[in-house]
Write a protein that binds this ligand. Structure first.
Ligand SMILES: Cc1cc2nc3c(=O)[nH]c(=O)nc-3n(C[C@H](O)[C@H](O)[C@H](O)COP(=O)(O)OP(=O)(O)OC[C@H]3O[C@@H](n4cnc5c(N)ncnc54)[C@H](O)[C@@H]3O)c2cc1C
Length: 351
């Protein structure tokens, strides 16, 4: 159960500053934090996990990590990494049914751990997996989930975006256990250090039914920086007009800047870019150092995914395009002239 208040964000950057000024922490808190490993590399954590650890520490008190997997041997590289992330302790729970960390068998394991361990909070990344597992754990614990947390001003008080980020809701939870997922882009990632947390490895209890069966997974392989964590992102929109034009304008600009590639939903729906590259309310929410929007109008659903970027550059031929309202640098120009010109200038500056 929770109460909440709404306000319009000036920008998410300023709103986080004003909340952190009034922060209170609780030394009595006992926080469990879900450590999610990459599907492509089980020895490494998804970037959002590192941000979730930072958010968990903001609560105050003790922070314990929980790693789930098939068996201790296969999890050892992840254990070695996770125990250096500044946690107070690390739990490792394994079972053959947990190999792919599917939500159905995993959620009851986590709910049982939270209950038996006397945890006051359960935190994790607002990733595809987090969005699948956390509501189930909330249901099993009979508490309300607080999603996409942007800041924490007290152990029971969180801010989160609503209406595609057009308002920020301040939520005070009255539940005995506060369960929340963390918006990666508003928290610094936890860093690996020399101190190692004590590790408690056991076979998992209360493994849930195998209602879903893992069959296979297809990973989009790319040599490019990862869209979710890249410091520079170049995104193309419907203004690019075709897949060929996307490949001959957006990709060279991204290459010149060493950037990840993003796209608006219109560009994805038109087949110019892969679905995994969509930025926005129903795509990835990112906050790179530099975001370059090319031929993107700036619909609220797109802004919801990128407006926390540190510097926003927009190239659009329409001077009234809404993207210019959030842009730090705007260029009113035809992208087919401006982008090749920009690429030449960047390459020349590198010489
Ligand atoms: C529930 C819901 C969820 C959504 N989720 C998302 C989401 O996650 N991400 C997302 O992006 N959208 C999302 N949308 C869609 C969103 O509302 C917009 O339709 C979409 O963002 C528009 O994409 P765009 O800016 O590329 O296209 P448009 O709005 O068509 O804009 C194209 C822009 O290109 C400019 N342009 C055209 N030609 C040139 C040129 N030669 N040179 C320079 N500029 C040029 C135009 O001036 C225009 O501003 C969602 C919508 C709904 C209803």
């Amino acid at each position: 159960m929770f109460s909440h208040a709404l306000r319009r964000p000036a920008t998410a950057r300023t709103s986080q500053r004003c909340f952190s000024a009034s922060s209170r922490r609780s030394a009595d808190a006992n926080v469990l934090c879900f450590i999610e490993t990459k599907v492509t590399d089980k020895s490494d954590m998804v970037p959002g996990t590192l941000n979730a650890i930072t958010a968990a520490k903001k609560i105050g008190g003790k922070v314990t990590g929980i790693l789930i997997g098939k068996d201790e041997a296969s999890m050892q590289p992840a254990i070695d990494k996770a125990k250096k992330l500044g946690l107070d302790s690390l739990l490792v729970r394994y079972a053959p049914a947990l190999e792919h960390v599917l939500a159905e068998p995993t959620a009851p394991v986590l709910a049982e751990l939270v209950k038996k361990g006397g945890y006051t909070h359960f935190a994790g990344p607002h990733s595809a997996l987090g969005k699948n597992i956390f509501p189930r754990v909330a249901g099993l614990l009979d508490v309300q989930q607080i999603s996409d947390v942007m800041s924490i001003s007290a152990p029971d008080t969180f801010t989160r975006p609503v209406y595609a980020g057009n308002a920020i809701s301040t939520v005070r939870s009255k539940d005995a256990i506060k369960l929340f997922t963390v918006r990666a882009s508003t928290w610094e990632p936890a860093q690996e250090g020399d101190k190692e947390a004590p590790v408690d490895v056991k076979e998992a209890e209360n493994v849930g039914p195998e209602q879903a069966t893992w069959i296979s997974e297809e990973i989009v392989k790319s040599e490019r920086p990862d869209l979710s964590s890249a410091p520079i992102v170049v995104s193309g929109g419907r203004g690019v007009k075709s897949k060929d034009a996307f490949d001959s304008t957006i990709i060279p600009l991204a290459d010149a800047l060493g950037a990840a590639i993003g796209a608006s939903r219109a560009a994805v729906d038109s087949g110019y870019a892969d679905n995994s590259l969509q930025v926005g309310q129903t795509g990835k929410v990112i906050a790179p150092e530099l975001y370059v929007a090319v031929g993107i109008s700036g619909a609220i659903q797109h802004l919801a995914g990128m407006k926390d970027s540190k510097t926003i550059v927009a190239i659009n031929k329409d001077p009234d395009a809404p993207i210019f309202q959030v842009a730090d640098v705007g260029l009113v120009a035809d992208l087919f002239e401006a982008v090749p010109d920009l690429v030449k200038k960047i390459e020349a500056a590198k010489q």
